[in-house]
Write a protein that binds this ligand. Sequence first.
Ligand SMILES: [Zn+2]
Ligand SMILES: [Zn+2]
Length: 268
Amino acid sequence: MTAFYDTHAHLDYPDFAPDIHQVIERAKTAGIVKIISIGTDLDSSRRAIGLAEKFPEVYAVVGWHPSEALRAPEDIRGELRQLAQHPKVVALGETGLDYHRLPSQKPECGASEDEKYKQKQATLFRQHLEVAAELKLNCVIHQRDSLEDTIAQLEPFADRVRGVFHCFANDAETMRRIVAMNSLVSFTGISTFKNGQNVRETIAATPLDRLMLETDSPYLAPVPYRGKRCEPAYVKEISELVAQVKQCSLEELSAATCETAGKFFKKL
Ligand SMILES: [Zn+2]
Ligand SMILES: [Zn+2]
């Protein structure tokens, strides 16, 4: 059987609490041999590390999600530094910028609230990049409706820190700009959706050694599980779709994506 990794899952979410053992068993049965659990705040990051200590297949990424920026402390570099020393912490994140839901969408909030929110996201993103550069680790990047600002913030670090733009759904031109910074893209179950044609076009254009696979579990379950809870085993469906689009064998895709992940997440 061909082996794949799930490079982005949120195994610490309550969705998985009742059956985490079975979720990991099903992943192994499907050939998903490594799973990276991504932190979304410091507690979530600690839980991800706890799972990595419990299950040999699980690794952790520690960070603070941009959508949760407003409730973050001013400076998380000390905690990030400390957590990232763990032998199974393979990157910093998820971090980045998300302008999809801005405070001004609520009637009681004005444009100045948006500015404060964006500033706080930018501060946190920079803190992740600084710690990553210090510790020679890379960053898992979340970007939504904030492409230019995200690229502008990563660029000064690009000689020291690589990013993976996770859940990538932008066009081929954007993918090329990211690859030119020595960064990567990773694809989720969106690639299997009927309306995911634009993502399939980007996959077709992406060099085989610049992409990784992920589920973003518990979200974005691929067809035929669309709308259900997503779990790491479903990398299988994503890998089949990506191999078909890339017109390569599952063996070639397995070898390429596992090698790419091994280089990017150095402690994997
Ligand atoms: Zn994300
Ligand atoms: Zn995520």
